[in-house]
Ligand binder design. Structure first.
Ligand SMILES: [Zn+2]
Length: 244
């Protein structure tokens, strides 16, 4: 197997050496921000759409709450499925590695040596390192160097599911409360303004965490949310007028 890391630049290799734990923490944080963003946009679109058709608080509350639960459970289920699948394929890769180590240890030692050489070690040093790693824990060495996974830290699908459930719920609560709490004349304005402000922050946060340009990310995010609310409000108004 070829090593995808072998072609990284010096800086990337440097970051990677320090960044294992930090990198995965940033990924979690970024997923949380994106999940909250989803909760804000989809629930805002839903309650603003219903507000286009009716001014009834209990209808708004029902719609918002149903949207919150449906969205957060669908996010959690999707995350559970995708992380379970990833975990299964990582386990399968580990099992194959274990078998290869048992059946062809020489070839595996050579493979590990070449992978380490690809990380700018001389042939001799790579050989020495590969031998030591193999003696200590061959499977772990191959898992990390060859597959890029830590056999003790496979992502737990339940953790991932809970995290997206909570992130989506946190985001969804904002438009839900904003449409239900204010007096009826203020509902829409309060919801639209607070949603757009929240989307500016989540756009900012995800751009920062992903090291992307901040300003276009913020505008795209705010614009997407504004469009979602405009479309559902228009649809709700049409339906409300037709039903009245
Ligand atoms: Zn191997």
């Amino acid at each position: 197997m070829t090593d995808p890391q072998a072609t990284t630049t010096h800086d990337e290799a440097h970051d990677e050496a320090h960044g294992g734990a930090l990198g995965s923490r940033l990924n979690w944080l970024r997923a949380a921000v994106l999940g909250a963003n989803d909760g804000v946009v989809s629930t805002a679109g839903l309650v603003v759409g219903v507000a286009g058709a009716t001014d009834d608080r209990s209808a708004l509350l029902t719609a918002g709450l149903a949207g919150l639960l449906a969205g957060s459970m669908s996010m959690a289920a999707g995350e559970y499925v995708s992380v379970s699948t990833q975990r299964d394929s990582e386990k399968a890769a580990l099992a194959m590695e274990r078998r290869e180590l048992k059946e062809q240890p020489e070839a595996e030692l050579e493979e590990l040596t070449e992978l380490l050489e690809g990380r700018r070690l001389s042939r001799e040093v790579a050989r020495e390192a590969a031998q030591q790693l193999t003696e200590r824990d061959a499977l772990r060495a191959h898992a990390r160097v060859e597959l890029g996974i830590d056999p003790d830290e496979l992502t737990n699908p339940w953790h991932a599911a809970w995290a997206s459930f909570l992130a989506f719920t946190a985001g969804a609560l904002l438009p839900l409360l904003a449409i239900v709490l204010p007096p009826s004349g203020w509902r829409l304005a309060v919801t639209v303004v607070s949603v757009l402000v929240a989307l500016a922050f989540t756009g900012l946060g995800s751009a920062r965490l992903g090291s992307a340009a901040v300003r276009p990310a913020v505008w795209r995010n705010v614009g997407g949310g504004a469009l979602a609310m405009a479309v559902t409000y228009a649809a709700g108004s049409l339906l409300g007028a037709a039903g009245a």
